[in-house]
Design a protein around this ligand. Structure first.
Ligand SMILES: [Zn+2]
Length: 195
């Protein structure tokens, strides 16, 4: 796994370098957008969002989860401060789009987001961050200001030798996402306090 190609990507959130990471021939490589990395040093950790793909939230503005809101908050942050988005192709907490949509149907029958995954034979969270760690190291990023609410992500990066300071990335609670956010807080210890 390594960098396959980089290009220039002007966007509504500023001008980025976009890179694809994977193995040659991968149809769905991981994607990194970064800007202004040279401005950071040991005293100034690089703002980083490690974002697992959520097509429904990221592309279609789904209100069932907080992914799209976290993605746009992160890009707004990078627009002002610089940083790196590591976009991992592990849709649906790692179970893929088809199984995620099946889990949505179970949620509409009353299960929470984790119960719905377990009913499909999946773990609570099938994601892993090994590729993200490899990508950050390849980019020379060892000192991270991590935009996240996920304690598992923070500990995974720390165990890999990266220095991590957390920056909150909290989406507003709505009627559509309230149960989802509550389950994430209770079951995987997500940190949603906004104080
Ligand atoms: Zn989502």
């Amino acid at each position: 796994m390594g960098k396959l190609v980089s290009s220039r990507l002007p966007s509504r959130w500023g001008e980025y370098t976009i890179s694809a990471f994977g193995d040659e021939g991968d149809a769905f490589p991981h994607v990194v957008l970064h800007r202004g990395l040279s401005a950071f040093d040991a005293e100034n950790p690089v703002p980083v969002r490690i974002h697992s793909e959520c097509m429904t939230g990221d592309v279609f503005g789904s209100a069932r989860c907080d992914c799209g809101e976290q993605l746009s908050q992160s890009l707004e942050h990078f627009k002002e401060h610089g940083g790196a988005l590591v976009y991992l192709r592990q849709e649906g907490r790692g179970i893929g789009l088809v199984e995620k949509l099946r889990a949505y149907n179970r949620q509409d029958e009353g299960l929470d987001t984790f119960e719905a995954n377990r009913a499909g034979g999946h773990d609570d969270d099938a994601r892993n961050y090994d590729d993200a760690v490899g990508i950050l190291k390849e980019l020379g990023i060892e000192n991270v200001l991590l935009l996240t609410n996920n304690p598992l992500k923070i500990s995974a990066l720390r165990q890999s030798g990266l220095s991590v300071v957390r920056q909150k990335c909290v989406a507003p609670v709505t009627t559509d996402n309230a149960d989802y956010l509550k389950a994430k807080a209770e079951i995987t210890g997500h940190l949603f306090s906004t104080d």
